[in-house]
Every structure is written in structure tokens, then in C-alpha cells.
Design a protein around this ligand. Structure first.
Ligand code: NDP
Ligand SMILES: O=C(O)C1=N[C@H](C(=O)O)C[C@H](O)C1
Length: 252
């Protein structure tokens, strides 16, 4: 393929666990060119100097907003896997994008196709069951709890149940050791496991009279995030403004 038509891609967090997998995937893609890799201590201006068109960010919730501000101000599209986005952060990013000239930002809590489908299936199932709880299981080096995926899943479940007029899951607990019932995310209980040997896993447990349904997804390694990220890289320039989640890019 002619070099001129390759999308010029940069990676932020390039030495990290996911960043490394993304650099390899970009290198292996005939239509993409890795033109800048930035990690802790490097100068983010490298993206401007190298003419980067799209930056992929897998860094840390504490730094991702500064990164995004810089990218939007410089008209560079962004595909963001870093977690930590609540409604307030998303609103801030939208404000920045409103003032930009057609820059696109995709923020997705999980780029693995199976995890995207898990979120969709959970949303669809949520109104049919009295009870629903989420368990997310990750490697012990993860900084945030609950995971971005669990946070988003619980939000989607809560929204679907509210729309259908389904109340909170029944729970007679009156005495508890703090934390034993997990975190309350929009009225949905979310439990976080951190265990050596794991990568990224999630279960959504639903129950009603005489039956339960368990929906589970497992990322066995970090290459699972690459196809979704590359899809975002190829599509984001056609989607000015903020896109949340991979769903619209998959026609879901
Ligand atoms: N959406 C998705 O599909 C997925 C999202 N994630 C999320 O992505 C993020 C990263 O995960 P992971 O790769 O496991 O984490 P790692 O800690 O392995 O990698 C993060 C990398 O970013 C670097 N870094 C930190 N601050 C900066 C900065 N200001 N500029 C440039 N680089 C920086 C870190 O350097 P140092 O170590 O020196 O601080 C590190 O090399 C997390 O929020 C995680 O939850 C993870 C998997 C999938
Ligand atoms: O930190 C991780 O590893 C992951 N983070 C994302 C999250 O918080 O949901 C996505 C995936 O679960 C892996």
C-alpha cells in the first residue's frame, strides 16, 4: 500500500501493557503507520511534530484528561481506552470538541468485541429479572475499581430497568461488614476481584423465580483489545465530536 494513504498513528502509554499490544497491532496493519510512541516522561508534542492524525491513549485515569485537552487543541483525533470517565468528564470533553474544527474522540470502556456484546446483552436482559449483580475480575496491577467496563455495564443495566419500571434488586441485608455487598453503581451492586494470573473478566448475574442467567466475558490476553482499537483508528476521522463506546462503529 502507498505510504501516502496510510493513517498516521501515535500511541500514548506506548510502554504500558495495552500500549505495547497496540503498537504491535498498528505496525502489523498495512493501512496504518506508527509515527510516534509516547510514554511517561516523553514530550507529548511529538504527536504534533510527527504529523500524527490519530492518537490511541492507554495511560492512567489521572492523566488522560490533560492528554485529551492537548490532542483536541491540536486537532488530533483520539481513540481512548483509558478508564475514569464519568458524566462530568464526558461533558468537559464535549465542550472542548464543540470548540474544535471537526476533531473526533472515541472513548470506549472496553474495546474487546465480546465485552461490547456482554454490555449489550446485559442491557437487553436487565428488565426481565428481579435481581442483577456485576462481578469484575482483573489483574492486581489495575489502578481503578470498579473497572470502567463494570461501571458502564451497571449504568446501562440501571437505565434499562428504570425505563421498564423495574426497581432495585431485592436485598434483605440489614447488617454488613462495610464493602461486603460491593459498590453501588446507579443502584446496581458491583464486586471487584483483583487476582494474580487474571487479565480482564466480567460476569453479569441475573436471577428471577426459579432461574438464573450468567453472562461472562474473558479477555485472555491484551491482543483482544487491538481489533476494536484499530477499527476506532480507521473510523474516528469520519466521526467529529464525542463517540462513547464501540457500539455505533459495530452498527449495534
Ligand atoms: N478500554 C479498554 O478496552 C481497556 C482499557 N484499559 C485501561 O487502559 C489504561 C491503561 O491500562 P494498562 O495498559 O493495563 O496500564 P499500564 O500501567 O500497563 O500502562 C500505562 C502506561 O502509561 C504510562 N503513562 C502514565 N502516565 C503517562 C503520561 N502522562 N503520558 C504518557 N504515558 C503515561 C505508564 O507509565 P508508568 O508506568 O511509568 O506510569 C505506562 O507505561 C487503564 O485505565 C486501563 O483500565 C485497559 C485495557 C483495555
Ligand atoms: O485495566 C484493565 O486491565 C482493563 N481496564 C478496562 C476497564 O477498566 O474496564 C477494560 C478491561 O476490563 C481491562
Amino acid at each position: 500500500m502507498d505510504d501516502k494513504v496510510k493513517v498516521r498513528v501515535g500511541v500514548l502509554g506506548a510502554n504500558g501493557k495495552v500500549g505495547k499490544a497496540i503498537c504491535e497491532a498498528v505496525d502489523a496493519a498495512a493501512d496504518l503507520e506508527l509515527v510516534a510512541s509516547v510514554d511517561q516522561g516523553d514530550d507529548i508534542a511529538a504527536f504534533v511534530n510527527s504529523g500524527t492524525e490519530v492518537v490511541v491513549d492507554f495511560t492512567h485515569p489521572d492523566v488522560v484528561m490533560d492528554n485529551l485537552k492537548f490532542l483536541v487543541e491540536n486537532g488530533i483525533h483520539a481513540v481512548v481506552g483509558t478508564t475514569g470517565f464519568d458524566d462530568a468528564r464526558l461533558a468537559t470533553v464535549t465542550e472542548w470538541l464543540d470548540a474544535s474544527q471537526g476533531t473526533g474522540v472515541l472513548i470506549a470502556p472496553n474495546f474487546a468485541i465480546g465485552a461490547v456484546l456482554l454490555m449489550r446483552f446485559s442491557e437487553q436482559a436487565a428488565r426481565f429479572f428481579d435481581s442483577v449483580e456485576v462481578i469484575e475480575l482483573h489483574h492486581p496491577n489495575k489502578a481503578d475499581a470498579p473497572s470502567g467496563t463494570a461501571y458502564r455495564t451497571a449504568g446501562l443495566i440501571a437505565e434499562a430497568r428504570a425505563k421498564a419500571g423495574v426497581g432495585r434488586s431485592p436485598d434483605a441485608t440489614t447488617t454488613e461488614l462495610e464493602g461486603s455487598r460491593g459498590a453501588d453503581v446507579d443502584g446496581v451492586r458491583v464486586h471487584s476481584i483483583r487476582l494474580a494470573g487474571l487479565v480482564a473478566h466480567q460476569e453479569v448475574l441475573l436471577g428471577t423465580q426459579g432461574e438464573t442467567l450468567t453472562i461472562r466475558h474473558d479477555s485472555m490476553d491484551r491482543t483482544s483489545f487491538a481489533p476494536g482499537v484499530l477499527l476506532g483508528v480507521r473510523e474516528i476521522s469520519k466521526r467529529p465530536g464525542l463517540t462513547v463506546g464501540l457500539d455505533p462503529l459495530l452498527d449495534l
